[in-house]
Design a protein around this ligand. Structure first.
Ligand SMILES: CC(C)(COP(=O)(O)OP(=O)(O)OC[C@H]1O[C@@H](n2cnc3c(N)ncnc32)[C@H](O)[C@@H]1OP(=O)(O)O)[C@@H](O)C(=O)NCCC(=O)NCCS
Length: 251
């Protein structure tokens, strides 16, 4: 990492204010670069669970990604709370969604794929879910389509321009995952319970475990992420007529 990049990392780590009610902050973070001093401090403040999870990875790339993304998470949350990184405590909701202890001043959600992480932070009044995917190294498009959209969608995907096929399936995947993560269901609900239709290039959720009410509960935003990544953000609706303002951070 260059001196300029470390300075930029330090700058970002120092400069955050918590999201307002109508705002969501999305942090895009590279997980393959050296850490600045703030991230080192956050990693040094990991809980026992975080340390054990970091140590459990077999491959160095996976361990590094876990450490980087969790250091960013702890560092960002600490800045929002105006607390040192070792004062941040995480807990899990009923189906495993990481949260701050009640009364939580913020909601957040983390995703990572390849060498990119994404952290969404919202005001405590709204749940948030984020998912990020990249082209899998080992699955062909037909296998992936079957896994994400079901066998009936294979022909529809094959009919799309070749350059759009993978992105469309990944978009459908992130739609499902971000809804599961926003609602905090995690692995307690199979993604197959969420039905996505392909309307042209725009995958859309048409069925979910809670029916129409669950679908209507969320504002859905495509994330502006560099190819080959695809990401989706879901933010809980309130009385609002327009979606929350999404502020992007990253370096
Ligand atoms: C647990 C799950 C949230 C992980 O999703 P994932 O896409 O593998 O991984 P992501 O990087 O997007 O998200 C992982 C992060 O989500 C968060 N998370 C964990 N459980 C969560 C839950 N119940 N709700 C919301 N967020 C959760 C954590 O911060 C986790 O990060 P960590 O593992 O570093 O602590 C879950 O939805 C899952 O494993 N789904 C896979 C299902 C599948 O097979 N999908 C294929 C086709 S649709």
């Amino acid at each position: 990492m260059t001196n300029a990049a470390i300075a930029r990392c330090n700058d970002i780590c120092l400069s955050v204010l918590p999201p307002l009610e109508g705002e969501v902050h999305v942090w895009l973070i590279p997980t393959n670069v050296q850490m600045c001093s703030h991230l080192e401090a956050a990693a040094a403040a990991f809980s026992l669970e975080e340390r054990e999870r970091a140590d459990s990875y077999i491959f160095e790339r996976d361990r590094r990604r876990f450490v980087r993304s969790h250091a960013w998470l702890r560092s960002i949350i600490a800045r929002y709370l105006r607390a040192p990184p070792d004062a941040v405590r995480f807990r899990r909701g009923p189906s495993g969604k990481p949260r701050l202890p009640d009364p939580a001043p913020l909601n957040f959600n983390l995703a990572h794929a390849g060498e990119l992480g994404a952290i969404a932070v919202s005001h405590h009044s709204r749940e948030v879910g984020i998912d990020l995917e990249t082209e899998p190294t080992s699955a062909d498009i037909r296998t992936l389509t079957r896994a994400v959209l079901g066998s009936a969608a294979v022909a529809a995907v094959a009919a799309l321009p070749a350059g759009d096929q993978m992105r469309t399936v990944l978009r459908a995947w992130t739609l499902k995952e971000s809804l599961l993560k926003a609602g905090g269901y995690g692995l307690s609900r199979p993604p197959s319970e969420i039905e996505v239709t392909l309307e042209g290039l725009k995958p859309t959720i048409i069925n979910a475990p809670g029916g129409r009410a669950e679908i209507d509960r969320w504002w859905v935003r495509d994330l502006a992420v560099p190819a080959p990544y695809v990401g989706t953000l879901m933010v809980e609706k309130r009385e609002d007529v327009s979606p929350p303002y999404v502020r992007g951070f990253g370096y």
